[in-house]
Ligand binder design. Sequence first.
Ligand code: NAD
Ligand code: UFG
Length: 338
Amino acid sequence: MSILVTGGAGYIGSHTVIELQNAGEEVVVVDNLVNSSRESLRRVEKITGKPVKFYEADINDAAKLEEIFDREAVESVIHFAGLKAVGESVEKPLEYYMNNISGSLVLFNTMRKYNVKNIIFSSSATVYGNPSFVPITEECPKGKITNPYGKTKEMLEEILIDIQKADSEWNVILLRYFNPIGAHESGTMGENPRGIPNNLMPYITQVAVGKLKKLGVFGDDYDTPDGTCIRDYIHVVDLAAGHVKAVSKLRKKPGISVYNLGTGTGSSVLDVIKSFEAATGVKIPYEVKPRRAGDVPVCYCDAGKAARELGWKAQYDLKKMCEDSWRWQKNNPEGYVD
Ligand code: NAD
Ligand code: UFG
């Protein structure tokens, strides 16, 4: 039986495929490559020494999904596929709802048709909005979400909860990721944003490699120790390992479960810059800019539930995240080249 990984050619998906294959799981990847490259999976194959079964397909394409479910013995699905740029989602809400919501509904419907009722869904700390307390536990009420991307995460969580409520044969694990950064330590795989990066770490590494001149720090007047926003950065390999643990949990038929995946440690933007400079010896010129709309001041998790129930805990610290991000960027200044 296989685990079908939608979006498996992407940043988190490809690292998860490595961990799944290393754990002896059979993996089938479905991705339309809208934000990724076929090359990422070739690199996975080099690392694991195992072929990756890959279907280039859009999850909105019901006929194609049925073909895949006809051919493969799918036990469960890890659903990464989706568009994820917050700013772009404000500009193109319909594209985001069509891709993320409609695409997911087609996927869930196909799963039901083939009696595959086990799913792990990539959710986000964004569902907490501006959290009503930190560290954020899974009991923290969901907050106001200001962009369509975040709303798709919140809606898909609710849709999966309703599906499971109506049919207890479904097992659903919602994983709320905090801020994934870092890269595979081989330096051959990592995050490969198209165009100018929106997120902090890819921006820093592109400044470090000379593709961008200077980092903008979005606001230094927040109510935090150094005035910059605090996030819970988590190494992508730790995050990937969390999915392997979630697959084991899914096999115990948990019904519905929700887990935060983060380290439990908050770091400010300036902490990340300093840590990157210390880990790599490369200076990051920066300039303080106005606050970015929609940023919450402080967001870090209580990772205790995942530790207790999944037996998972993040292993890597910020220094290692910076070292590995830098190794990837330095060795692959243009990212993956197909
Ligand atoms: P990514 O863009 O690298 O990966 C997503 C993959 O999905 C890409 O390979 C893309 O080509 C594919 N895809 C998109 N739409 C598709 C469709 N209709 N059909 C088939 N494939 C499609 O992003 P990522 O950082 O690896 O994120 C993976 C998941 O985790 C996403 O759902 C994202 O929203 C979620 N997430 C990411 C973060 C983060 O900071 N990276 C944080 C929280 C949650
Ligand atoms: N930042 C800068 N300069 C930059 C980029 C970011 O100062 O050029 C700051 C941001 O203002 C924020 C911090 O760095 O304070 C982290 O920003 P990211 O864009 O890297 O990450 P976010 O926390 O804003 O967003 C991430 C994911 C979203 C997800 C959100 C909440 O990218 O998909 O976490 O889970 F919705």
